[in-house]
Design a protein around this ligand. Structure first.
Ligand SMILES: C[S@@+](CC[C@H](N)C(=O)[O-])C[C@H]1O[C@@H](n2cnc3c(N)ncnc32)[C@H](O)[C@@H]1O
Length: 209
């Protein structure tokens, strides 16, 4: 078996040339940080569009993105959101934040931890969000970390808000998300590397999976 670190210089250059520097940064972060990244490729635009589908941009006042990475969902958020919607992008990795700030100047990009979402919003005078869009690899987090991120998201969403989560393992975590939310649906996105999908979750009510 080839160990990731044994990738040859030629392979590295070829990968970088084929996919571009952002794709390469994601691959590197995946091998260095493992479970906090949990994906070797940024989401496709098909997945990014699916996670935003059906959002009422006239009504949505605040939309939060957690775990933006190199920004494929952020890009679609900016395209879709109108002037009434405040976007707050939370990403804990400083290198990804640098990429995001360069790509999306003027956007509110917070280098911080999703667990502190209430503080991040309070600093902006915001109490509630209408949607939390998550690119976080929640299933690979410890149950304690996952619980705190999901309960924090639920707190800032309020009873009517919606939590949306990408996945690159279609249907596998349906039971997991159903243990946190009363109303969960899943939409497949085959055009992603690997094929993925989105969980749409409402009505936080945590039970043991
Ligand atoms: C699978 S990548 C998703 C990247 C991007 N959303 C996409 O769709 O390509 C997960 C991202 O979550 C970020 N992340 C992990 N834990 C986090 C946390 N506690 N708070 C904020 N971001 C976090 C990682 O740094 C990484 O950029």
């Amino acid at each position: 078996m080839t160990h990731p670190r044994s990738t040859t210089r030629r392979q590295k250059i070829t990968l970088r040339a084929i996919r571009g520097p952002e794709w390469w940064l994601m691959v590197k972060k995946f091998f260095v940080h493992g479970t906090t990244i949990a994906s070797f490729a940024p989401s496709s635009r098909f997945l990014a569009r699916k996670i935003l589908r059906g959002i009422d941009w006239v009504k949505a006042r605040v939309v939060v993105e957690l775990g933006a990475g190199t920004g494929p969902i952020t890009k679609e958020l900016i395209r879709a959101a109108g002037p009434n919607t405040k976007l707050v992008i939370v990403e804990q990795d400083p290198d990804f934040c640098r990429v995001l700030r360069k790509k999306f100047p003027g956007l509110d990009i917070v280098e911080g931890d999703a667990c502190k979402l209430d503080e991040i919003l309070a600093e902006r005078g915001i109490k509630y969000a209408d949607h939390v869009i998550s690119g976080l690899p929640l299933p690979s987090f410890s149950p304690g970390l996952r619980d705190s991120i999901l309960s924090m998201s639920a707190r800032v969403l309020g009873p009517e808000g919606e939590f949306r989560q990408i996945t690159s393992m279609p249907w596998v975590y349906l039971k997991l998300y159903k243990s946190y939310f009363r109303d969960v649906s899943f939409k497949l996105v085959p055009l992603n590397l690997p094929p993925g999908g989105v969980y749409f979750c409402k009505g936080y009510q945590h039970t043991t999976a």
